[in-house]
Design a binder for this molecule. Structure first.
Ligand code: GDP
Length: 321
């Protein structure tokens, strides 16, 4: 099983939920008993604590091709300006981004901020010009607008050489060549293949890194009625297992909590499922700690140096929706 971690950037209504639903359906981990209406990317159960807004939602799709299965973690990005480094924290978990753009509306100013952060972090963009079925679609103009936007945001040459897919999430297909006779006939396969080809696997997703001491930087927190506090992040090194003794390290403060991991949850389709272990490179959620928070490092008790975390700006406390 190989892995990809990507973020998706899209203006509201450009079709992100519809497209991700299609990936889930066609990728084979979508469950028949879950309604498409359970749209995870739309859920509004935001938690706010210490001014940190919790907007990242992770969906995971599996794609089997030529005998190899790849799990693709797709993280939603907040569609607004940065609150306390949140956008960067989310983007620091991934190796590439999908910029999804409505073929009639084109790139919107509201997604510029997140796009600029993604480019500045050196992430590889993959562009999906969506809703190409719209009668008012301006497909090639919109493609050029994305290029101009990237250029204006100082994208490097490799980033400017982005692959583009043309899609109708509503009709369930994506292609690279709209003029091809079979452009609409391969469902989402061309998009799956492009993601896997273009976006690198996480550098630390190796057995060697998985054998090191466990370390994970907390990116988001939420609370679950059964499991209590859930900390989500990408495992930097090592392997997380239930019952493992850990502590939370806060930059400048040292140990802020000591405890045990009760559950390790991995993303599967629209849900998170308890797993026996989560390895370096994967984005997982863990329960068991009650006060650890965003930007803390969860690690083995003998590790005393936290991972580098982006500072959290206090002014975010004032922000309301
Ligand atoms: P989100 O806000 O980005 O998650 O967008 P949604 O997936 O909820 O879609 C917003 C609206 O656009 C809905 O009315 C969808 O039916 C419509 N829509 C989504 N994908 C397509 C598409 O490929 N073509 C067309 N014509 N409409 C679409």
């Amino acid at each position: 099983m190989t892995l990809r971690n990507i973020a998706i950037i899209a203006h509201v209504d450009h079709g992100k939920t519809t497209l991700v639903d299609q990936l889930l359906k066609q990728g084979g981990v979508f469950r028949e008993n879950q309604h498409v209406a359970d749209r995870v990317m739309d859920s509004n159960d935001l938690e706010r604590e210490r001014g940190i807004t919790i907007l990242a939602k992770c969906t995971s799709v599996a794609w089997a091709d030529n005998g190899e299965t790849t799990r693709i973690n797709i993280i939603d990005t907040p569609g607004h300006a940065d609150f306390g480094g949140e956008v960067e924290r989310i983007l620091s978990m991934v190796d590439g981004v999908i910029l999804l753009v409505d073929a009639a509306e084109g790139p919107m100013p509201q997604t510029k901020f997140v796009t600029s952060k993604a480019l500045a972090l050196g992430l590889k963009p993959l562009v999906v010009v969506n809703k190409v079925d719209r009668p008012d679609a301006r497909i090639h103009e919109v493609h050029d607008e994305v290029f101009d936007l990237f250029a204006a945001l100082d994208a490097n040459e490799e980033q400017l050489d982005f692959p583009t897919l043309f899609a109708s999430g509503k009709e369930g297909w994506a292609c690279e060549d709209l003029d091809a006779a079979d452009a609409r006939e391969h469902g989402m396969t061309p998009l799956f293949r492009r993601i896997i080809e273009h976006i690198d696997p996480p550098e630390n997703a190796t057995e060697e890194e998985a054998a090191k001491p466990f370390r994970m930087l907390v990116t988001t927190i939420e609370s679950d009625p059964y499991l209590g506090r859930i900390l989500t992040g990408r495992i930097e090194t090592g392997t997380a297992k239930p019952n493992m003794a850990v502590h939370a390290l806060r930059p400048g403060k040292g140990t802020v909590e000591t405890g045990r991991i009760t559950r390790v949850l991995s993303f599967r389709g629209l849900t998170r499922e308890p797993v026996e272990e989560g390895k370096a490179g994967d984005i997982v959620a863990i329960s068991g700690l009650e006060t650890a928070t965003v930007a803390d490092t969860i690690t083995l008790p003998e590790i005393t140096k936290p991972l580098d975390a982006l500072p959290i700006d206090p002014p975010t406390l004032a922000v309301t929706f």
